[in-house]
Design a protein around this ligand. Structure first.
Ligand code: GDP
Length: 327
């Protein structure tokens, strides 16, 4: 039997990863915050499958600062692999709540590494890092060697966690790696992220439920990939013989405006008729020039992204139209 533990299992990536690992024959344990019941929707199909939930999928309550509880869970479940996906993952929100962002994203990762360091049976450990660690880089595309220059509280917290993961690998011999992920989206993306906010609004407006979409700057460019591709790469990373960090990205950027135009066009609407600028969504600082070079992942993991922007927009808009038409 193979055992995996996922922190952040109720999130977009956690839910896709749980499905993938179950398909691969793993028994999957997930850490869940006591108050994350509303977001557990993403696990609903697995929950209601009697052959899965309680048989091969188990959830355990623990916050990332419940060190004793997490140690107990790890001792009991003895995972071979630990995927650490939990944390406050919203860059914009991190300017409003920098302390809790660092508490969970930075210190939470260190606490997990400390627990693993003491275990007799140490799982392979993957930390989900972020392109936000690069901030405003001098050059692009960025790879695993690019200097970290974060410019948001979230980026700073992720830089701490990324570097600490390297320290525990280099100094304490842990199999500990960073998946340096560029933005990755899907129908399961949280509604406060710009892509989902747009596809939800396009769906609602096309169904006559809403009329306006209030947003911040449309100029930002992102390297947007498809979340299921990224969890597949994470699984490959922990099946390597030696620990290595990987950039996961498509290598192509689009502007927020491009995404907006594509989403509205897919439901026969013109975005300019519905867009309203709202300074509340403008950030104190914006990353720029972020585009990833995933050639190490291509060469060593045999990984490449399967879905480009058009496919991502289509999947997300169709999902949101279906969801809103039902309700
Ligand atoms: P991240 O910041 O790259 O992790 O991803 P987001 O999806 O939150 O934001 C992507 C880009 O969209 C950033 O450049 C934001 O400034 C921009 N943006 C513009 N309007 C909005 C908005 O209303 N909400 C969010 N989340 N982002 C917005």
């Amino acid at each position: 039997m193979k055992f995996a533990l996922i922190t952040g299992i109720t999130g977009q990536d956690g839910s896709y990863l749980a499905e993938l690992l179950l398909q691969k024959g793993y028994t999957v344990h997930g850490l869940v915050r006591r108050n994350s019941s509303t977001t557990r929707l993403r696990l609903d199909p697995l929950f209601h499958d009697k052959k899965i939930y309680g048989e091969r999928l188990f959830l355990h309550y623990a916050d990332l600062d419940d060190v004793t509880t997490i140690r107990r869970i790890l001792n009991k479940t003895q995972p071979d692999k630990l995927y650490h996906l939990a944390g406050q993952s919203h860059v914009g929100a991190s300017f409003d709540i920098p302390e809790s962002t660092c508490q969970f994203t930075a210190m939470g990762t260190l606490k997990l590494l400390e627990i693993i360091r003491d275990l007799a049976k140490q799982p392979k450990f993957l930390h989900i890092s972020s392109s936000e660690i690069f901030g405003r880089p001098d050059s692009g595309p960025q790879n695993e060697m690019t200097a970290m220059r974060p410019i948001s509280p979230y980026g700073v917290a992720k830089t701490f966690a990324t570097q600490m993961t390297r320290v525990y690998r280099d100094s304490f011999g842990l199999f500990a790696v960073n998946a340096i992920c560029y933005n990755h989206e899907s129908p399961r993306r949280g509604e406060s992220f710009v892509t989902r906010k747009i596809t939800r609004a396009a769906a609602a407006i096309s169904l006559g439920l809403e009329d306006k979409l209030r947003m911040g700057s449309l100029d930002g460019r992102r390297d947007w990939g498809f979340a299921p591709d990224y969890v597949d790469a994470m699984w490959r990373m922990l099946n390597q013989d030696s620990p290595q960090d990987y950039v996961l990205a498509t290598g192509i950027t689009h502007s927020v405006e491009d995404f907006l135009a594509a989403a509205f066009e897919s439901v026969g609407l013109n975005w300019q008729d519905h867009y309203q600028a709202d300074p509340r969504y403008v950030r104190p600082a914006e990353v720029s020039n972020l585009v990833g070079d995933a050639s190490r992942a291509a060469t060593e993991l045999g990984w490449k992204p399967t879905t480009q922007l058009a496919g991502i927009v289509k999947a997300m808009v169709e999902h949101d139209v279906h969801l809103l038409a039902k309700s």
